[in-house]
Design a protein around this ligand. Structure first.
Ligand SMILES: Nc1ncnc2c1ncn2[C@@H]1O[C@H](COP(=O)(O)OP(=O)(O)OP(=O)(O)O)[C@@H](O)[C@H]1O
Ligand SMILES: [Mg+2]
Length: 376
């Protein structure tokens, strides 16, 4: 008999059902009990089957869940990889655009340099003979004055009523010989100064645009800084007192022409930052412990607001009015210093001033070094 059926009989008919039930051997009752027992067994089997089916379904669901989770992780990974790739592409495009702009700017600077070199060459010859003529002229003028001295002496020795003596005295007065004696040497000396200044500018222009584009050589930075200072002197002199403290520097492997562009831009920027009158300090020093030299240009100008500090090296970033600045100076300088394996550091305080420091290594890595070797 099915245990469940037995329990139910006991629950409904008491602990001794045999006293209530018909005696064993009653075929109808036995048949009924067997049929009920079989139904219970069938029910058990059905339940077992359902349980197994449920277990199978649950396992299948778990498997599907795992698959979905895996798929989701793969998709996230692919998406992240795509995003990364997109970022890298954007950075690459920006780098390419920067390179293109810098190239254009360098080309412009190179052609300006060539033009300047050409003009300097043309001016150099006439200035040379003007200078030499002034020196010769000074000698002639001295002779002429010696002659007029003699004439005056002759006139003084003649009697007062001598027509020749009178004529000489009148001429001396008419041509204001006294004044000429004072003024002519002054004029000659001023002209000499002027011509030497022109010669110096021409020399600076030639140094500045020396046609060694792209080549590294062993150079002393200090003369380059001095000639750049002379070139921008016009821009600086009304704005600032320029204090130079050029320390003793070792020769470094560098491209003079390109570095002059860096100094030029830093100096012009410093002058532009000063509103009325200020001070620009230009210093160079050797840093033996790091094998570098440092060029610092400090101004007492307007300073750079913190929000602009991280953008000043971006191409085309400028706070100057339209037509005054292209915003390329610092980006070009940054590129040049990077090419020299150096770095530019900026320290600025609003309304107090700005300090730019350019650090350059003395030695360049092998490739550039061999270029410098060929140059030397
Ligand atoms: N010494 C400085 N003091 C204050 N601000 C500065 C100084 N140097 C640079 N800046 C700021 O950085 C900006 C970018 O300088 P950058 O030299 O690249 O371009 P620019 O001087 O504006 O134009 P360009 O040099 O092409 O004529 C300037 O417009 C200015 O706002
Ligand atoms: Mg500039």
């Amino acid at each position: 008999m099915h245990p469940l059926l037995e329990r139910q009989i006991r629950r409904h008919l008491g602990e001794h059902p045999e006293t209530v039930l018909p005696p064993p051997g009653d075929a109808a009752w036995e048949h009924l009990f067997n049929a009920i027992g079989e139904s219970y067994e069938q029910l058990d089997r059905d339940l077992l089957l359902r349980e197994q089916a449920l277990n199978l379904t649950s396992e299948e669901l778990n498997r599907r869940n795992d698959d979905l989770r895996r798929e989701l992780a793969e998709r996230t990974e692919t998406e992240e990889a795509l995003q990364r790739e997109k970022g890298e592409q954007a950075a690459l495009i920006t780098r390419l655009e920067d390179a293109k702009r810098q190239l254009l700017y360098s080309e412009k600077m190179a052609s300006i340099g060539q033009l300047a070199a050409g003009v300097a060459h043309e001016i150099n010859n006439p200035v040379g003979f003007v200078q030499s003529n002034i020196n010769t002229l000074a000698g002639y003028v001295e002779d002429l004055f010696a002659l007029t001295d003699l004439l005056e002496e002759v006139a003084a020795g003649l009697p007062d009523d001598s027509p020749l003596g009178r004529k000489i005295r009148e001429s001396c007065e008419r041509y204001d010989l006294e004044f000429l004696r004072e003024d002519v040497p002054k004029l000659l000396s001023e002209s000499r100064d002027g011509v030497s200044r022109v010669r110096k500018i021409v020399q600076d222009l030639r140094d500045f645009s020396h046609p060694d584009e792209g080549k590294f050589a062993w150079i002393d930075l200090n003369p380059g800084i001095v000639s750049t200072l002379n070139i921008v002197n016009n821009e600086l002199k009304y704005k600032a007192e320029v204090i130079t403290e050029l320390g003793e520097l070792p020769l470094i492997e560098a491209n003079q022409n390109q570095l002059n562009q860096v100094f030029l831009n830093l100096l012009v920027n410093a002058a532009h930052a000063i509103k009325d009158k200020g001070v620009i300090n230009v210093a160079t020093r050797h840093l033996p412990e790091s094998g570098e030299v440092c060029i610092s240009i400090a101004d007492t100008g307007a300073g750079i607001p913190p929000e602009n500090l991280k953008r000043i090296f971006d191409p085309f970033f400028t706070t100057k009015p339209v037509g005054k600045g292209t915003g390329l100076g610092l980006s070009l300088s940054y590129g040049i210093v990077q090419k020299h394996h150096g770095r530019i550091e900026v320290d600025s305080q609003e309304r107090a001033g700005t300090l730019f420091q350019v650090f350059l290594p003395i030695h360049q890595p092998a490739a550039e070094a061999s270029a410098a070797g060929q140059q030397a």
